[in-house]
Design a protein. Structure first.
Length: 211
């Protein structure tokens, strides 16, 4: 590949990334301003200065725009679990992954978007469906840790407990106290959760898989 071809490919990829980010940004702003269900793809296309067809080139549906950050999160967790060093189990890997994430706090738009999902039963169910994908990743890694078969329920129970605990933490009322921001504050919150789930895992792992 020539240097010029490589440069042109790089420019195209950066342009695609800018277009994708513009679509998601203006869509979320419209969701907050007008409501998710009241916002049409045509309105998003107009605000982003693209065609509706272009939107579908980046996002299969309006719902995928709403949850646009989730695929990257899923990929990152999968990579962390897949590349974890020998001797490091899935729970420790998830703990380190959470601590390594940026915790600068959500801006007002993020908080409003979260409120949209939280207040809508349909959107909450779509969010839960995505969390199941994350749960399946963790369950597969836990199964590997304890040498369990794919149809063993124990890793799924552990993964479901872990995801449920973090979901409860994320739903805490901000009025009851500032959310943790620093790695030390985050660790103080998540370490008891990890310890609790680990205790359950050790208890389950010591028992034979249910018939």
């Amino acid at each position: 590949m020539s240097q010029e071809t490589s440069r042109q490919n790089g420019l195209r990829e950066r342009k695609k990334l800018r277009t994708r980010e513009t679509i998601s940004r203006v869509a979320i702003e419209l969701f907050v301003e007008r409501g998710y269900h009241a916002t049409t793809l045509a309105e998003i296309a107009e605000a982003a200065d693209v065609s509706t067809r272009t939107i579908f080139a980046y996002y299969p549906s309006k719902e995928d725009i709403l949850f646009c950050d989730f695929p990257a999160l899923l990929d990152a967790v999968a990579h962390a679990l897949r590349e974890r060093p020998a001797g490091k189990d899935a729970l420790e890997t998830i703990r380190d992954f959470i601590l390594a994430m940026p915790h600068g706090g959500k801006d007002e738009l993020d908080e409003q978007l979260h409120a949209i999902v939280k207040s809508d039963a349909t959107l909450r169910s779509h969010m839960r469906a995505r969390m199941v994908q994350l749960q399946d990743l963790v369950a597969a890694a836990v199964a590997e840790d304890i040498g369990a078969d794919a149809d063993d329920l124990r890793p799924h129970v552990v993964a479901a407990s872990l995801i449920a605990a973090f979901e409860v933490m994320s739903e805490r009322d901000p009025a009851k106290g500032a959310k943790p921001q620093s790695p030390e504050e985050i660790a103080a919150v998540i370490d008891p959760v990890i310890a609790f789930v680990r205790g359950g895992l050790e208890a389950l792992a010591s028992r034979p898989a249910p018939a």
